[in-house]
Design a protein around this ligand. Structure first.
Ligand code: ADP
Length: 478
């Protein structure tokens, strides 16, 4: 049985309850996890507070940074082991899991080396006054992590928090938390003081809800569904704590008639089938200028039909989706699209020999979507791409913005003025011009607008999000 990490020790839930962990590849149980309740969360929050009041809180920024860098090195030293754990837990192809673990190490390296580089200010004020603005940690930070990229999301959330001197309690998703528990063990091995980084496993509505409502926390970082994001924001309001929310997207590619199709097509395919479409930043809507729509879709369909889903060991384009409910949800969207008269123009395939009970979904490309259909509006979180033609720049912008979400966008054109106009007009947190997806892109500020959430992660801005300022005003006159 896997244990969780509280106050520097591997522990079971206090009441001994467990959860089964199922393999997405064949649906079989392969280990169990502690099913933490409020009492376990209390222990973890108390341990984090203890660390802040103890050895962890006394460390200098340089010392914290060195520990984070050491953790990054340890992740690299255990790269293959962590990749195997990640791919077993999520079903993702081994090479995808390996890339994810490399990104995880980068988060610790990047924020480790940033720990002593966030400096304060002095402000000229009235005669005989000295004013300093110093940066302070927020305190105990809660991190509720999704299952799609467990290792990466854990690094993205906890590394900047730890770098700024906060203590962390992470609650990974019930569907995928094994790599996170292992990294918390490695953190202890490299010398993190007990309680600085705790991992509580369990169900969202139990452990996650208890953590997000806990009066002992000072900050919540959450990545996940819109529905749960609303609950998290309500919980944050109860204790008047800040939260950073990343709630997914319905990101659009806009392809103009002068686009370099040889660049665009592979990026569009990868942008929706990577990780079986279970990516917040998936490019799940495709808008193509009318004049090139038929030939573009034909070329795209040729590429799309080459996509294959298989087991992690087969290491194909994508694996299964993470669990039965996700499998049913994606298939429901596909069936709905068909029932509404949308046309499938290409399908990928599922490799021969995958287990019958695995959660494999056929990657599907739809054409002629209606802008008010669920396929065009809802985040499916599967390898399903919907497309539609547009007339001109104004209509492209209008369609791209015609969704509740606002996470990413991409514009494909050789016209420089148009690149800037469209990039500025689409309501999202990140825009690509002639490219898509940054494969981690940990240096680049990231986050959404509209229903995609608020607050920023990645880059230096995360160090600011995960700390606060104190202004010290001193009179030194005679
Ligand atoms: P998805 O719908 O994609 O599975 P969720 O938003 O349900 O994503 O899950 C993201 C994370 O939020 C997971 O760690 C999950 O356990 C947690 N979670 C789910 N429900 C709650 C809740 N009511 N309160 C706090 N955390 C929750």
């Amino acid at each position: 049985m896997t244990k969780m990490i509280i106050d520097g020790k591997p522990v079971a839930a206090q009441d001994g309850r467990t959860l089964d962990v199922l393999s997405p590849v064949d649906g079989a149980v392969f280990t169990t996890l502690p099913r933490a309740q409020a009492a376990d969360v209390d222990r973890a929050v108390a341990a984090a507070r203890g660390a802040l009041n103890g050895a962890w809180g006394r460390m200098t920024a340089l010392e914290r940074g060195r520990l984070l860098i050491k953790l990054g090195e340890s992740v690299l030293a255990h790269h293959e082991e962590l990749s195997q754990i990640e791919s077993r837990d999520t079903g993702k192809p081994l090479s995808t899991a390996r890339a994810d673990i490399t990104v995880l190490a980068r988060y610790f390296e990047f924020y480790g080396s940033g720990a002593d580089k966030v400096h304060g200010q002095t402000i000229p004020f009235q005669q005989d006054y000295s004013v300093q603005v110093i940066r302070e940690p927020l305190g105990v930070t809660a991190h509720i992590i999704p299952w799609n990229y467990p290792a990466q999301m854990f690094g993205r959330s906890v590394a900047p928090a730890l770098a700024m001197g906060n203590a962390a309690v992470a609650k990974p998703a019930e569907d995928a938390c094994l790599s996170i528990v292992r990294v918390a063990e490695l953190a202890l091995e490299v010398g993190f003081p007990a309680g600085a980084l705790n991992v509580v496993t369990g169900l969202g509505e139990e452990a996650g809800a208890a953590l997000s409502r806990h009066p002992g926390i000072n900050f919540i970082s959450f990545t996940g569904s819109n529905e749960v994001g609303v609950l998290i924001q309500q919980a944050a309001a109860l204790n008047a704590v800040k939260c950073v929310l990343e709630l997914g997207g319905k990101s659009a590619h806009i392809v103009f008639d002068d686009a370099r199709t040889e660049l665009a097509i592979p990026a569009i395919v990868k942008g929706i089938v990577h990780n079986a479409g279970q990516t917040c930043t998936a490019g799940s809507r495709l808008l193509v200028q009318k004049g090139i729509y038929p030939q573009f879709m034909e070329a795209l369909a040729r590429e799309f039909s080459k996509v294959r889903a298989g087991t992690p060991e087969m290491d194909l384009t994508c694996g299964p989706v993470v669990n039965r409910s996700q499998f049913e949800r994606v298939n429901r969207y596909i069936a709905k699209g068909l029932a509404e008269g949308m046309k499938v123009v290409a399908e990928g395939s599922i490799a021969d020999g995958v287990p019958e009970n695995g959660f494999f979904v056929k990657p599907t490309l739809f054409s002629a979507a209606r802008h008010d259909s669920d396929l065009f509006q809802q985040e499916i979180f599967g390898p399903v791409l919907v497309s539609m033609p547009f007339e001109d720049e104004a209509q492209a912008i209008q369609l791209a913005n015609d969704t509740a979400y606002g996470l990413l966008g991409a514009v494909w054109t050789e016209n420089g003025g148009r690149q800037q106009r469209v990039a500025r007009a689409i309501q999202v947190g990140q825009v690509y011009i002639n490219g898509f997806g940054a494969g981690g892109g940990i240096e680049l500020p990231f986050g959404g607008v509209k229903r995609s959430g608020h607050g920023r992660e990645k880059g230096f801005i995360a160090l600011e999000e995960m700390s606060t300022t104190k202004t010290i005003i001193q009179y030194y006159g005679a």
